[in-house]
Design a protein around this ligand. Structure first.
Ligand SMILES: Nc1ncnc2c1ncn2[C@@H]1O[C@H](COP(=O)(O)OP(=O)(O)OP(=O)(O)O)[C@@H](O)[C@H]1O
Length: 267
């Protein structure tokens, strides 16, 4: 079993990702696709007059401040446009894909964090009304049902809180939790960069390998949102996933290339 997470940043070639997945699926490989949608969410939020707000925690992690209106825009884009766009591509390629959010069947479950500590103008502030959280539990029943019946699940945030409230969760870490829960052989985190770069944005500074017992020390090379990917990779390998690969989803055969060792391999 392979868990593929494809991001939502500008430049990702979803046709290439879906064609590669369809070919591997047809050859009998079991896989699950998780996707993001941050770039398109930012554009739609601007267009709807509710621009995105990103906050940075005192420890340096950046996240989207998700008030109720932002959550609704987030769902429109992630569960609507992005999810159905991917499912449609796969269906056209002959794959019986089913698109679901983490809320459906509580696939992704976690604690709702209503407030976030954010650094603004050098001061730490507490912002309330946030609909975010972290996936703490993956309920695999529905996924196993789908896989067993020959469907390819296409999953996306949000997750469900323990109270049944939709929460925005990081897609990379959700995919990592899923890979651990399913005892996946590999987790691919595909985005619009060749992998983890030592000197971002210099693409020639690609880090080719990260030892599984030392992932956290590579956090220093990741800026803002890339930090969550490194954290997700650490969680996956600590949870027993043998291989995590940060790969390039901009062209070619992104899944095959990553499994063949292109990108940054954590093992
Ligand atoms: N050291 C680094 N190496 C590579 N990319 C980096 C690094 N530091 C920061 N980045 C940024 O991280 C981004 C990838 O993370 P991001 O979460 O934005 O992507 P995504 O997974 O495609 O999106 P989504 O949140 O929609 O799933 C890259 O586009 C790049 O701008």
């Amino acid at each position: 079993m392979i868990v593929v997470k494809v991001g939502g940043s500008a430049g990702i070639d979803y046709d290439a990702v879906c064609a590669d997945i369809a070919a591997r699926w047809a050859a009998g490989e079991k896989l699950i696709l998780v996707h993001g949608g941050s770039g398109e969410t930012n554009r739609v939020a601007e267009a709807l007059g509710h621009p995105p707000k990103f906050v940075t925690s005192p420890s340096g992690y950046t996240s989207r401040f998700t008030d109720r209106q932002t959550l609704e825009i987030f769902e429109m884009v992630y569960c609507g446009k992005m999810n159905k766009g991917i499912v449609e591509r796969l269906q056209r390629l002959g794959v019986n894909a089913v698109g679901l959010s983490g809320l459906d069947g509580r696939i992704f479950e976690g604690r709702h964090k209503d407030s976030v500590r954010a650094v603004e103008n050098g001061k730490v502030k507490v912002l309330r009304g946030d609909h975010t959280g972290t996936v703490e539990k993956v309920n695999t029943g529905l996924i196993e049902l789908l896989l067993g019946a020959g469907y390819l699940p296409v999953l996306t945030p949000p997750a469900s809180s323990y109270e049944g409230v939709a929460i925005n969760v990081d897609g990379d870490r959700a995919a990592a939790a899923l890979a651990v829960a399913l005892k996946a052989d590999a987790l691919l985190l595909l985005s619009n960069v060749p992998g983890l770069l030592r000197a971002y944005p210099d693409e020639s500074s690609l880090i080719r390998e990260i030892p599984a017992n030392d992932v956290e020390s590579y956090l220093e090379f990741a800026q803002d949102r890339m930090k969550k990917k490194v954290l997700g990779a650490a969680e996956a390998v600590q949870g027993g996933v043998r291989r995590v690969i940060f790969g390039d989803a901009r062209a070619g055969q992104p899944v095959t290339a990553a499994l063949d060792g292109a990108g940054t391999v954590v093992q």
